[in-house]
Write a protein that binds this ligand. Structure first.
Ligand code: ASP
Length: 338
């Protein structure tokens, strides 16, 4: 039987670093280097490898991920593995998930330990990602699974996965849902399918996207926040070029009392999404009263972010703005995320 055709697209990141003359790790390896380091890949799949960029994920742009999505859509293959940096994998992976709706597995993977260290995780993660891309259960459910992240022998939904530690090997977790599958011995063991109703419902409205970036500011609220950055954003010409704002809010959707009126005025000038800084999870809609509570904020026109982490809410809002959606339509889309 012929092997699945898996296309590896390399973007950069720790997985693709090598030491310079001073010993500092620099982006340098391309897709061919990554594949050559793991001869076992050829036994699993018919591998094609392509270097897309040598950019750390902390410096990737929306435009680069849009171009990557277009490339993935153009490929005639049985599965795609993207290698990139870990720093923004939770954001870029989710953006890919919004942009791609295919019947083949699309997987992002990365490395926490660079190739110069003892036991780097890049080669193992790449093999694991290719194994997942070739797995019959994954291939059968590819559309239902959406874009996946494979790290440390676990398969995560990119809508849920978070980088929860800056340096540990086991940095990636899906706190709300747990992983979708685990790699054990020679098996990919399925554990759950993600609930994707919100993304499926949003797709038709996100079908036609402007090429023009729609910058979204992410402002993390903390106790006793005076709101001066928000004031400056409201007052600045063209709102500093921002087209939307995500507020990382406290608890079930609360802001400090002293910033509330400013936030309400912000919602009058830019689409403003309130999103849970606790790391994602459904917010309250109808429990607390008072000026800074969810009831008052929702009445004042702030968009309720649902269960998405603020980083992912920012990606979704940018995409909604590229789709030219108005405040009401954006509110509907976020609403389906709970
Ligand atoms: N700064 C790197 C990046 O995100 C870190 C990594 O890959 O782990 O590209």
């Amino acid at each position: 039987m012929s092997k699945p055709r898996i296309h590896i697209l390399a973007l950069g990141g720790t997985i693709a670093t090598r030491p310079d003359a001073t010993g500092a790790m620099q982006m340098g390896l391309g897709a061919d280097d990554l594949v050559a380091a793991v001869p076992r890949l050829g036994a699993l799949a018919d591998i094609a490898a392509e270097t897309v960029s040598r950019v750390g994920s902390h410096s990737l742009s929306f435009d680069q991920i849009h171009a990557l999505a277009a490339k993935i859509r153009s490929l005639d293959v049985d599965g795609v593995v993207v290698t990139q940096g870990t720093d923004t994998l939770e954001e870029t992976g989710f953006l890919l998930d919004l942009l791609i709706d295919l019947d083949i597995p699309v997987i992002v993977t990365a490395a926490m330990r660079n190739p110069a260290l003892t036991s780097p995780d890049g080669p193992g993660n790449l093999v694991a990602a290719v194994r997942v891309a070739c797995d019959p259960w994954v291939r059968r459910h590819a559309r239902a699974l959406g874009v996946m992240a494979v790290m440390l022998d676990e398969v995560h939904a990119v809508a849920d996965v978070l980088k929860a530690h800056p340096t540990r090997l086991d940095a990636f977790v899906s706190p709300q849902t747990g992983p979708l599958a685990a790699l054990v011995e020679d098996r990919v063991v399925p554990m759950s399918l993600p609930v994707r109703d919100a993304i499926v419902a949003a797709r038709p409205r996100l079908a036609s996207l402007s090429a023009e970036a729609q910058p979204v500011a992410l402002l993390w609220m903390s106790f006793d926040e005076p709101g001066r950055v928000i004031e400056a954003l409201i007052a600045a010409p063209d709102h500093l070029g921002y087209r939307g704002v995500v507020l990382g809010a406290m608890g079930g959707g609360h802001l400090p009392e002293r910033v509330t009126e400013t936030a309400k005025r912000l919602a009058g000038v830019l689409p403003t999404v309130v999103s849970p800084r606790a790391g994602g999870g459904p917010m309250l809609r109808n429990t607390y009263g008072g000026a800074s509570s969810e009831i008052a904020l929702r009445e004042a026109g702030l968009i309720w972010g649902g269960r998405l982490h603020p980083l992912k809410a920012r990606v979704l809002l940018e995409t909604c703005l590229r789709a030219g959606l108005d405040r009401a339509a954006i509110g509907d889309i976020f609403d389906s995320w709970g």
